[in-house]
Write a protein that binds this ligand. Structure first.
Ligand code: UD1
Ligand code: CA
Length: 464
C-alpha cells in the first residue's frame, strides 16, 4: 500500500472529565453494557489501517480494554486536544489522520467512511465533520467566510453573535498528516482555558491558504458527546433504542421498547418475545422462540431455544437448555445449568447446581451445590442444607428420584437413582438406589380426644 493512502485513526481519551465528577476515567463508564471507549474503537476498526489511542496518566483500566491491535500513547499533562493529538505523532506515519474524540459513542462507521472519502476526493488539507443542531451550547462553532470554513471558535470563547451559529464541530476531523503536524506546532494556548486547542489547527491551515472542507453528519445525533452524567443517560437512552431496533429488525418481538433494557452485548434469536420491564445484560445469548416474562432480569446467561421465562425471574450466569420453563419468581444464582425441559417454578432458588433433563422443582425450594439427575421430582419446600456453618457440601440426587415435600437434605449426601424420600424428613445419611427413606416420628391418633378435652376445660369466648 502507498503510505499516502494509509488511514490512521487517532482517538482522544486523555481528558480529565471534570464534568463527570468521577474517580473513574470517563471512557470506562459503561453505556449499554460496554465501556464508552469500546464504541469508538469498534467504529475505528471498520476502516482504520492503524489505531492510536491517546490516554492520560493512570489509565491502566483504559489500556486493559483497548485490545492488542491498538497503539497506546500517553499524554502526561492534559494541555488540550491539540496537545493530545501531537502525542500521537510518532505513532502515526504518513497519509490521512482521522481524529475523533472518545466520548461520542453514537458516531457510525458509515459517516466516517463518507468523511474520509470526501476528504480524499476534494484533496483538502483538513475536513471537519460538522452537525447542525438546535442547541449548540457547549460545542465549538464553525465560522465561515463566503461559504468556506475559516476557523472554529469554542463556546466559552465565542461572542454572543457567534454563539447563535448552529453549525457545530463534532470533534471528528480528517487531516493530511504532514500539514497537521505543522499546524499543531503553531497552536498557542491563548484562550479562556489556556489549552492547546486542536480546533485552532483548522484556523491555522485555512490562513495558510489550505483547502478546508466540512461535511455535515447525516443525523446530528451522531455528534452527541458525553461530558457529564446527564448526557451519559441521554446518549444511553438513544443507544438502547438502537439496540432494540436492531433486535426487532432481526425478528425479536419487543412488546414495550420504552421499558425494556437490553445491553449491546446481548444476542437474541428470532421469534423470541420480550415482555415489558425486562433487563437483559452482560454476555447473554438467548435462542429462538423463547419468552422472557415481564419484570425479569437476566445477566451473563445462555438460553437454548424455546425457553420460557415466566414473569419476575432473576437469572445470573446460568446455562438453560432448550424447552426449560422457569418462574414465575425463580432465582438462579451464578453457576447453574438447567437441563432441557426442566421446570424451576415459583419461589425456587438454585445456586451452583446442575438440574438434569426433565427434572422439576415447582415450588418453594432451595437447591445449592447439587447435582440433580434426569426426571427427578423435588417437592415443595425441599431444601439442600449445603452449609454447616463453615464449609459448603454437595448433594447428589440420582435419575428418577422423588424428594417429598418439606424435606431437608443435609449435605454431603447422595440419593440413589429412583429412591423416594418421605415428606418432612431430615435426611442425613446416603440413600441407596430404589430405596425409601423416611425420617419422622410415627403419627399418633387419639380417637375422641377433643370431646374429652372440652368436657374438662370448657371453651370460653374470647370476650369473657
Ligand atoms: C471538543 C471541541 C469542540 C467540539 C466538541 C464536540 C476542542 C478544543 N473542542 O470540546 O469544538 O464541539 O469537542 O464534542 O477540541 N482530551 C485529551 N486531552 C486533553 C483534552 C481532551 O485527550 O488534554 C480528549 C478528551 O478525553 C475527549 C476529547 O479529547 O475525548 C474532547 O475533549 P473534551 O474536553 O470533551 O472537549 P469538549 O469541551 O467537548
Ligand atoms: Ca466532549
Amino acid at each position: 500500500m502507498n503510505p499516502m493512502d494509509r488511514l490512521t485513526v487517532v482517538i482522544l481519551a486523555a481528558g480529565e472529565a471534570k464534568r463527570m465528577r468521577s474517580r473513574q476515567p470517563k471512557v470506562l463508564h459503561p453505556l449499554c453494557g460496554r465501556p464508552l471507549i469500546a464504541y469508538p474503537l469498534r467504529t475505528a476498526r471498520v476502516l482504520a489501517d492503524r489505531i492510536v489511542l491517546v490516554v492520560g496518566p493512570d489509565a491502566e483500566g483504559v489500556r486493559a480494554v483497548a485490545g492488542g491491535d491498538v497503539q497506546i500513547v500517553e499524554q502526561r499533562e492534559r494541555l488540550g486536544t491539540g496537545h493530545a493529538v501531537l502525542q500521537a505523532r510518532a505513532a502515526c506515519g504518513a497519509g490521512t489522520v482521522l481524529v475523533l474524540a472518545a466520548d461520542m459513542p453514537l458516531l457510525s462507521s458509515e459517516t466516517l467512511e463518507r468523511l474520509v472519502k470526501h476528504h480524499r476526493k476534494t484533496g483538502a488539507v483538513a475536513t471537519v465533520l460538522t452537525a447542525v443542531v438546535d442547541r449548540p451550547q457547549g460545542y465549538g462553532r464553525i465560522l465561515r467566510q463566503s461559504g468556506r470554513v475559516k476557523r472554529i471558535v469554542e463556546d466559552r470563547d465565542a461572542t454572543d453573535d457567534q454563539k447563535k451559529i448552529r453549525e457545530i464541530n463534532t470533534s471528528v476531523y480528517c487531516f493530511e498528516a504532514r500539514r497537521l503536524w505543522k499546524a499543531l506546532a503553531e497552536i498557542r494556548p491563548d484562550n479562556d482555558q489556556g489549552e492547546y486547542y486542536l480546533t485552532d489547527a483548522i484556523g491555522i491551515l485555512a490562513k495558510a491558504g489550505g483547502r478546508i472542507e466540512a461535511l455535515a453528519a447525516p443525523d446530528p445525533v451522531e455528534a452527541l458527546g458525553i461530558n457529564d452524567r446527564k448526557q451519559l443517560a441521554a446518549v444511553g437512552g438513544l443507544q438502547r433504542r438502537r439496540i432494540l431496533d436492531r433486535l426487532m429488525a432481526d425478528g425479536v418481538t419487543v412488546l414495550d421498547p420504552a421499558s425494556t433494557y437490553i445491553e449491546d452485548t446481548v444476542t437474541i434469536g428470532p421469534d423470541t418475545t420480550v415482555y415489558p420491564h425486562v433487563l437483559i445484560e452482560g454476555a447473554t445469548t438467548i435462542g429462538s422462540d423463547c419468552v422472557i416474562g415481564a419484570g425479569s432480569h437476566v445477566s451473563a446467561s445462555q438460553f437454548g431455544d424455546r425457553v420460557t421465562l415466566k414473569p419476575y425471574c432473576i437469572i445470573s450466569d446460568a446455562v438453560v437448555e432448550h424447552d426449560a420453563v422457569l418462574g414465575p419468581f425463580c432465582h438462579l444464582r451464578p453457576g447453574c445449568h438447567i437441563g432441557a425441559k426442566a421446570k424451576i417454578g415459583n419461589f425456587v432458588e438454585v445456586k451452583k447446581s446442575r438440574i438434569g433433563r426433565g427434572s422439576k422443582a415447582n415450588h418453594l425450594a432451595y437447591i445449592g451445590d447439587a447435582t440433580v439427575g434426569e426426571d427427578v421430582n423435588i417437592g415443595a419446600g425441599a431444601i439442600t442444607c449445603n452449609y454447616d456453618g463453615s464449609a459448603k457440601h454437595a448433594t447428589r440426587i440420582g435419575d428418577g428420584a422423588f424428594v417429598g415435600t418439606n424435606t431437608s437434605l443435609v449435605a454431603p449426601l447422595t440419593i440413589g437413582e429412583g429412591a423416594y424420600i418421605g415428606s418432612g424428613s431430615v435426611i442425613t445419611k446416603d440413600v441407596p438406589p430404589g430405596a425409601l427413606a423416611v425420617e419422622r416420628s410415627p403419627q399418633v391418633v387419639k380417637e375422641g380426644w377433643a370431646a374429652r378435652r372440652s368436657a374438662k376445660h370448657p371453651r370460653r369466648d374470647k370476650d369473657d
